[in-house]
Ligand binder design. Sequence first.
Ligand SMILES: Nc1ncnc2c1ncn2[C@@H]1O[C@H](COP(=O)(O)OP(=O)(O)O)[C@@H](O)[C@H]1O
Ligand SMILES: [Mg+2]
Length: 714
Amino acid sequence: MDSSDFSNRHEEDEDIRAFREDDPDVYEFVLKVLDGTCDKPTLQTFKDDYGKEFLNGILKIILGKASSKDIEAFREKYSEEIYNAIIKMMQKRNAAIEGIPESVPKREKFRKGDFIGQKYEVFGVLGEGAFGIVYLVYSHETKETYALKTFQEEYLEDVSTRERFKKEAQVWIDIERHPYLVRAYFVEEISGRLYIAMEHIAPDNEGLNTLEGYLRRRPPDLAQTLRWAIQFCHGMEHAYSKGIKAHRDIKPANIMIGQDKAVKISDFGLAGIIGTPKSFSGIKINPLRAISGEAYQTMAGSAFGTPPYMPPEQFENAAGCDERSDIYSFGIVLYQMASGGKLPFLPDMSEKKGADVFRYWYMLHCKASVPKLKSPLSPIIFRCLEKKPINRYFSFKELRRDFETLLKKQTGEVVKLPGKMELEAWELVNKGTSLRRLGKPQEAIACYNKALEINPKCAEAWNNKGVALGSLGKEQEAIACYDKAIEINPRDADAWNNKGDALRSLGKYQEAIACCDNAIEINPRDADAWNNKGIALGGLGKYQDEIACYDKAIEINHREAVAWYNKGNALGKLGKEQEAIACYNNVLEINPIDADAWNNKGNAFRKLGKEQEAIACYDRAIEIDPRDAKTWYNKGNALGRLGKEQEAIACHNNVLEINPRDADAWYGKALVEDKIGRGEDAVFSYKRFIELASAQYAEQIEYARKRLRELGER
Ligand SMILES: Nc1ncnc2c1ncn2[C@@H]1O[C@H](COP(=O)(O)OP(=O)(O)O)[C@@H](O)[C@H]1O
Ligand SMILES: [Mg+2]
């Protein structure tokens, strides 16, 4: 794909257009890097014009190697806008690569059997909210079901909103388990969309699982209202204690009721973050849904929430909301519970329309008096619905006391909070797994250990613990974990696969192959198992058999880049360079910024004696990852062969800048220096090489010694 192709095929985004117009040179450069058409002179020119730091910043972002600190620094030092535009360009590029049509319908709907990303299989639609659809999915990774909440793109348009959103969602995730809160497990970005995986609250046999549904079909009596109210308070108290400042969208649809008839509060941290979509103007009302108030869910300016439930202060400044704002919203919910579902305020729909409705709601909450209610709850509700926060209850704890007193008086009942529940083993496993993905294996292991304390028969915990140990180089301990998992479930294909992988990295190829065969017997379509088996066969020098394994993996999934890559390497070992290059081309079609594939493709060209082509490949790899020492080294050798000694030395120097103890680079550099008569330099380099080289370099060491003698050294 050339760069014109890239820019023409997509309708241009606002941020990208601004970027193109304001910084045409930087824009062009980013485009080239993304398209893989950035050559060395371009890179150099850019570096000269804009400095190394800016260049590295951009490359890091594009290569996904920027830490959050790097990103923060880049945004601060250069510009938020440029950063946003680059991210969007990357998303477009990825979408183009994945073959996603440009005109993704705004409300894309997945159907049963579809996959969201690689791992979430859709089982059905749970419901549709104002911002997206909630699906029931099964994760093939964690082997769990979730309610997966999706967000329509228009609500999370710019990157900073998305980042803020992720942070907020993390606060919800960090609340962990509480009996009265919907558990959020993780937030994930898939193909530029955000998803939150929540605990699935299964509906009862009447299909009810939200207070909204109950209010419509079976409004609660006083005792039930009080029970739910007390549970709600407990949940909110816990959430605040975990750092939630305000929920901001308390309403019956976000108060779920489980099959055990207990409250489960949902959607923490989501309100107030979702930005105003650019296309949005005013409020759209669906009169059919007006009674419950849900049709009004909307936003304007910085205020976000659902207007029928929003306290006056939230219309003015959502960021200033606190616990008392949620108490007001809950006051509206209580009013509905006490009145059979009626809202205290409803705007006169015949008079007002369009954007005015928002203002109208604002006026109602500010000025209208709450209609009288014949309910023992009345005084409590009125205090919740005070216009000024200072006149309301100051905490849910205070509010709960009044409910408890009333319930005791009404029925003699006491609602007890279940003892601080332990996180269940699998929740800990989940947590550990995200920690491991975040590169924190030690913390992950702590989670797995805790899970195993609760449930020593949790095979998932054993498996994951093994993987974490493996990443720390503790293969033997890892194997012991996999054996535990296999003991619990002898048909755990993951455990067999993992064990095979560990054995292979210990050089025990035969045993590794036996493990992979077990995994394959359990699931013949396990591409990972075929890949692992192939690598182990390669270790035994059985390259033909190795290739047959990768072919199996490719047969299972043609876009299995790892298999193509491995196949390319195996063909290379058989001297079939042309075929190897074809394999690397497949990898690069799937993932054009796979630096290793570029490097290996370069090596294949070199073996064919095509140094120029090889250098072009190395340059691509270096553009993608400028700190990849092996590619610099390879390029240095290729240049040396072409008689470009100075450039070759420069490449080797780059390697040594990255890793001063790289024996290969010292040797390569010595040879070139020696060749062009730079005796003194050559002596120094040979000496460094001998110092650093391990026994496997015997032949080179011998040559270096010989040259040192000939050069008058000893
Ligand atoms: N965790 C969950 N488990 C089961 N169903 C859910 C869950 N979360 C949401 N739903 C369903 O999806 C619907 C839409 O949810 P949501 O997007 O939060 O919008 P809203 O809160 O405005 O209803 C809900 O009304 C509910 O029926
Ligand atoms: Mg909701």
